[in-house]
Design a binder for this molecule. Structure first.
Ligand code: PLP
Length: 361
């Protein structure tokens, strides 16, 4: 039998086993074509259908209204750090960001190429261990930007900031897309690299309200305009076919599991299993995130010494609990428990952590 472990890597990250099995089954002969999905023309009717299905499923799973476009783009979420200001900056108006971690910091850096950036709130002085509360954005700005889940630090927004009516809210949802229900109409733009919670690396989902597509300067390069891709249903040029195809399978799987409400329920349950261990450990495991800011997706914690942490990571690997080493900006350990992580994985990890404490205290 093929060996499978519980994979807690932060990204690329675990994918549902049935998705991988389906991809394997169809690998050599996609949709009866006698070719792999990677080999057929992106102008073929078989691909057209796969792409349309992926988009329809994303719309259904996220509840995307009809006046929003769904784009499948290359370049990762990092490309959206500059494509966002490039597409919706208004000359002379500031852009406002909340800095909640490494990815926000990078987004802020890129926006500065396009005009004035104001950081309205930040948790940097506390090692990004919390989400600033009561955040309010100003009137008369080009857009507001937040990062809903901070993959490196294990914090996640649990409330909506106050955004003036005419200001589009932009959200980097790379690591908690479809992890809980959201109201898309509260946002102007949502973008997410697929490789955390949706599919493999190589494609980024961008959801953008139609009226914002016209803000882009005419002289912007064609490929960098969301409008170009929106007008051609993400087929202006060759789209990243294989990653989109895997996203389609993942979305089908999430739908079958019961949709986003079910995902949230499962995600809450998985996270609770792990946070309970941290809370009951009497300081043996120290959670990095402040309690009101805890992420359902990335559970981050440290221990009394790097040696002990390393021992814990290695012991986990030996048991088939892989990818527990924390990001270097926090150190310690991180368990990423995205949509595709089964409850059983979280339970196995919790059991291991309790045993490890008992043996090493
Ligand atoms: C991983 C990640 C990114 C970067 O994604 P790439 O696709 O590697 O560019 C951006 N934002 C968040 C929140 C992430 O977790």
């Amino acid at each position: 039998m093929t060996k499978r472990v519980f994979n807690f890597y932060a990204g690329p990250a675990t994918l549902p086993l049935p998705v991988l099995e389906k991809a394997k089954e169809e690998f050599l002969d996609f949709a009866g074509t006698g070719m792999s999905v990677m080999e057929i023309s992106h102008r073929s009717k078989e691909w057209d259908k796969a792409m349309a299905d992926a988009t329809d499923l994303a719309r259904e799973m996220m509840g995307i209204p009809t006046d929003y476009k769904v784009l499948w783009l290359g370049g990762g979420a990092s490309t959206q750090f500059f494509m966002t200001p490039l597409n919706i900056q208004i000359p002379g108006k500031p852009m406002e960001y909340v800095n909640t971690g490494g990815w926000s910091t990078k987004a802020i850096k890129e926006a500065k190429h396009f005009g004035e950036v104001k950081v309205v709130a930040s948790s940097e002085e506390e090692k990004f261990s919390y989400i600033p509360q009561n955040v309010e954005f100003s009137e008369d700005i080009a857009f507001a930007h937040i990062t809903s889940n901070n993959t490196l630090y294990g914090t996640e927004w649990s409330y909506m900031p106050t955004v003036p009516k005419d200001v589009p809210l932009v959200c980097d949802m790379s690591s908690d897309l479809i992890a809980r229900p959201i109201s898309v109409k509260d946002y102007g733009v949502i973008y997410a690299g697929a490789q955390k919670n949706l599919g493999p690396a190589g494609v980024t989902l961008v959801v953008v309200r139609e009226d914002l597509l016209d803000r882009v300067p005419d002289l912007a390069p064609t490929m960098q305009k969301w409008k170009t891709h929106a007008e051609k249903d993400s087929m202006f040029n060759t789209p990243p076919v294989f990653p989109i195809y895997i996203c389609k399978l993942s979305l089908e799987y999430l739908k079958e599991l019961g949709g986003v409400e079910k995902m949230e329920k499962m995600n809450v349950e998985k996270a609770k299993v792990l946070y309970d261990v941290i809370d009951a450990s009497e300081g043996f495991y120290k959670g990095h995130a402040r309690e009101d800011s805890r992420s359902l997706m990335n559970v981050t914690f440290t221990m009394s010494s790097p040696e002990l942490e390393q021992k814990c990571v290695e012991g986990g690997t030996a048991r088939g609990l892989v990818g527990l080493k924390g990001h270097r900006s926090v150190g310690g350990m991180r368990a990423s428990i995205y949509n595709a992580m089964p409850l059983e994985g979280a339970k196995k990890l919790a059991e291991y952590l309790k045993e490890f404490q008992a043996e090493n205290q």
